[in-house]
Design a protein around this ligand. Structure first.
Ligand code: AMP
Length: 485
């Protein structure tokens, strides 16, 4: 069993991050568009934000802790980010030191000029590469896995800047969607398995890349297409070129983007997140029906699945829990104590509705179980007669090493307990999760167990890449991971 986080660095800052990225080429006041795009991607990371622009002669950068609004709605800041090209990043790193030096875009002066990069994902061999680079004399400025890419580019012997980036990316394992700003153009790239999303859009003459389509919507840009897994696109004054430099692999886009991470109004890998979540609710109702008075979502993430559950079962949908929108995501709190407080701050029972009723609560996932324990108790305190719980994803049994924040395995409730023990722990009258096959059906796919079409490692332990750092830092943990499957 995994009890330590192999990605924790010496100063306690985890390399694992949740992030959103945005890049634009060919628009006046490019940084202004990036600020708006990042605002629409704020749900992907709320700890810090940064923008780097290029004005044809110089790079300009502003990186700050905190939200996009408050940092990038200020004239004095935006005036310092001139140019017709810019990239940006929102970041959430889990715990430990929250240092400004890790806030992206990261920037370096390389042989061919400035190089700024924003990364969504996580490299599973970053520590190993870093050790090798360190031995060869690289001096790292941050504890971020993304900086490894910069050093690999800097030390590559390939002929052109693009070839040096490709050379670097051929050495990394794991998940990466990237936006890279150089003097030669804006580059966007998706890892060979396409684990994290990345879309391309257009606004007038300008080309845009973003983690999700909502970031195109917010500036009125039109969606062109998803970047293909393993595709690298360069846009500059000579137009747009697409490359597929990596060995072809079967795509494995992250299934959790659909379950929780992406905004419901985004289209991810060609599918509406909202529709998928409603389908999950309908599947869940067929797989795990229950006779109750009301279907109640845990807001906001449980809402679309609850609508689907209600429509399929014919049981009325009601807002039995009201969420305050002035508190951040429960999960994203520095300590267990604050996380508990966060849940109380965030949700309140609609007691007048709940009293005397039997209800089924719908949430997207159970991670540590903190939310479920509190919410079930809240419903009982509000006078609910029966409280059943249905979860719109399979049990989360494995940590993510590809850029979605999940705690170490030891803290994942489903890794520690049977479903019956979990039911008892959260004090629900019944508890059921959607099956992995049901989840794929909601996405319109038949899961092929021998070649799954998605990365579903958080539910199955079937990691689609090598986990070199994990295997090297803790061989027992990596063996246990395989054995536990
Ligand atoms: P927990 O309270 O630890 O069981 O966490 C479950 C709650 O956190 C669910 O209501 C989800 O909406 C939310 N959640 C699940 N995964 C994540 C994540 N990776 N980042 C932030 N929130 C999450």
């Amino acid at each position: 069993m995994l009890t330590t986080n192999p990605f924790e660095t010496l100063d306690g800052d985890k390399l694992r991050e949740e992030c959103g990225i945005f890049g634009i080429w060919g628009a006046d006041n490019a940084a202004g568009f990036v600020a708006l795009g990042l605002h629409a991607l704020q749900h992907r990371g709320q700890e810090a934000a940064g923008i780097t622009s290029y004005d044809g002669a110089h790079f300009h950068s502003h990186r700050a802790m905190g939200h996009v609004a408050g940092n990038f709605d200020r004239d004095d800041v935006m005036r310092k980010l001139p140019g017709r090209a810019a990239i940006g990043h929102v970041r959430y790193s889990t715990t430990g030191e929250t240092a400004l030096r890790n806030v992206q875009p990261l920037y370096a002066e390389l042989n061919d000029g400035g190089f700024a990069v924003g990364h969504n994902g996580n490299l599973s061999n970053a520590m190993k590469l870093r050790r090798t680079l360190n031995r060869r004399g690289s001096i790292f400025q941050s504890t971020s896995d993304t900086e490894v890419i910069i050093h690999l580019v800097a030390t590559s012997q390939a002929a052109s800047p693009t070839d040096r980036l490709i050379d670097a990316l051929k050495q990394v394992e794991g998940a990466y969607s990237l936006v890279v700003l150089t003097e030669q153009g804006l580059i966007a790239c998706r890892d060979p398995l396409g684990i994290r999303p990345l879309v391309m859009g257009k606004l007038g003459e300008a080309t845009i890349f973003a983690s999700e389509t909502v970031a195109l919507d917010v500036i009125g840009a039109s969606f062109i297409r998803d970047l293909d897994p393993g595709e690298l696109v360069i846009v500059n004054g000579s137009g747009l070129r697409s490359f597929r430099p990596f060995e072809k692999a079967s795509a494995r886009p992250c299934i959790f983007e659909h379950v929780y991470f992406s905004r419901p109004d985004s289209i991810v890998d060609g599918t509406s997140v909202y529709e998928v979540r409603k389908n999950i609710g309908a599947e869940l109702s067929r797989e795990a029906p229950v006779q109750v008075d009301l279907v109640v979502p845990v807001p906001d993430s449980g809402v679309p699945a609850a609508i689907g559950y209600s429509q399929e079962s014919g049981i009325p949908f009601e807002l039995g829990i009201i969420r305050s929108h002035y508190v951040g995501r429960t999960f994203i709190q520095p300590s267990q104590e604050v996380r508990h407080l966060g849940v109380k701050l965030k949700h309140n029972a609609n007691s007048a509705l709940i009293r005397g009723k039997s209800i089924v609560l719908i949430d997207d996932s159970i991670v540590r179980g903190t939310t479920s324990v509190k919410i079930v108790q809240m419903m009982r305190d509000a006078g609910a007669r029966e409280v059943h719980m249905r979860i719109a994803s399979p049990p989360t049994k494995y940590s993510c090493f590809y850029g979605v924040d999940t705690p170490e395995r030891a803290k994942l409730l489903a890794a520690q307990m049977s479903i019956e023990a979990m039911r008892d722990y959260i004090n629900a009258d019944s508890l059921a999760f959607i099956s992995i096959d049901g989840l794929y059906r909601a996405l319109g796919q038949d899961r092929d167990p021998n070649a799954p079409q998605r990365c579903d490692a958080c539910f199955t332990g079937d990691y689609p890449t090598r986990l070199t750092d994990l295997a090297e830092s803790d061989p027992d943990a990596s063996l246990a991971l395989v054995a536990a499957r």
